[in-house]
Design a protein around this ligand. Sequence first.
Ligand SMILES: NC(=O)c1ccc[n+]([C@@H]2O[C@H](COP(=O)([O-])OP(=O)(O)OC[C@H]3O[C@@H](n4cnc5c(N)ncnc54)[C@H](OP(=O)(O)O)[C@@H]3O)[C@@H](O)[C@H]2O)c1
Length: 428
Amino acid sequence: MSDTIKIGIAGLGTVGAGLIKIIQKNSKILAARSGKSIEIIAVSALSKSKDRGVDLSAYEWENDPINLAKRDDIDVFVELIGGEDGSAKQATEAAIKHGKHVVTANKAMLAMYGQELAISAESNNVNLRFEAAVAGGIPVIKALTESLAGNNITRIMGVMNGTCNYILTRMEDTGLPYEEIFEEANQLGFLEADPNLDVGGIDAAHKLVLLSSIAYGTQVDFEGAVLEGIGRISIEDIRAASEMGYRIKLLGVSTINKLGLSQTMRPCLVPASSPLAQLDGGTNMIIIEGDAVGQIVLRGAGAGEGPTASAVIADILDIARGINIPVFGQPANSLKKVPSINTTVENSFYLRLNLKDEAGILAKVSAALANAGISIDRIRQEVHETDAAPVIIVTHPTERDLLNKAIAEIEATSAAIDPPVVLRIETV
Ligand SMILES: NC(=O)c1ccc[n+]([C@@H]2O[C@H](COP(=O)([O-])OP(=O)(O)OC[C@H]3O[C@@H](n4cnc5c(N)ncnc54)[C@H](OP(=O)(O)O)[C@@H]3O)[C@@H](O)[C@H]2O)c1
């Protein structure tokens, strides 16, 4: 084996440029830790002339990332283009086929094609590493595949989208409505080109399904995840939650039992005293529970140039050290296919209903809940000046399916002016 590991980098945006800065700045540390010098051979992006704040003069340029992926003189192909298919996927496939290790930060591609790419990488005896794809600088993939490998993992929870956390915490701090804070986040450049990837919970769910696969030895199943974004959270919900001792977070929760795998990414109420509730701004947090370790909490920057590039370089160093772990912690062709289920546990729920201000309406709501076997823990009607009467109900623990039944009955009575806001109250 040579004492140099040669890499090609496709994508020179936030993460790609950050990676080059680390390799240029910390070259001696990297060589000392991995026993090999890390040499960038060639790079690829759309525009050759764009100033990226790094000196690229020592590297060859490839217009086509697929050609870069196939080069005989690289050992590792680093995919930092992004997007679930297109050039990123084609170049990744080409690299694997040509016997190159791959390091990627691309959660969208792995959430959709992780299973097939992992099988292909393992049959070609190359690494496919993706620490940077989940929660940026937080070493959660390594924690699950290595440090916690002896545990039966029982639950994973996390706040995995910094933009949503920024919007929710800013709404709470300023008392301003969702639309205004959404616009502020947009002006600050926090939102993806398609904002629904962030506020619709899609980006965070991409990350959750990758963690589930490692934790439970199951096939990556994005289609089975239940998603709900933060777009319907109002300032009234945030205030009501706060008055009851909770904060609202876009929370990913994944659990498994003999019936199947539950993966949900939804706004939830979490106790104000819990570590998740303390999370402000763009920070991410992942909570992992295992039968031996108990509960561990990982917290840090979930995105950004330095943190994400820090995770990418760690994967490159592991490859330089000769470490070869199956992509999802066990051979990809042994990952189980399990049914997706809504949830494995009972929870209390927060309901905000905008009811018609008429006699007997509240009785109809109570009857619908009672018919589904759901008992009410707390109920309150907000002061209102219009014909719509906002009512907040907190249920005792129940199954989501039963609650859905009750909501369908409430909607059938036309008691509610618009669909209710339903938020799970998560125990942490
Ligand atoms: N940014 C973060 O904080 C973060 C955190 C975690 C994970 N990630 C993931 O990291 C990956 C990269 O993200 P990023 O934020 O660095 O993206 P970015 O700033 O948009 O950079 C994308 C790069 O890919 C290049 N590119 C686009 N299409 C190409 C093609 N067909 N051939 C060659 N190059 C192409 C672009 O070239 P030009 O520069 O010439 O346009 C650009 O340099 C994504 O998968 C993302 O989800 C990012």
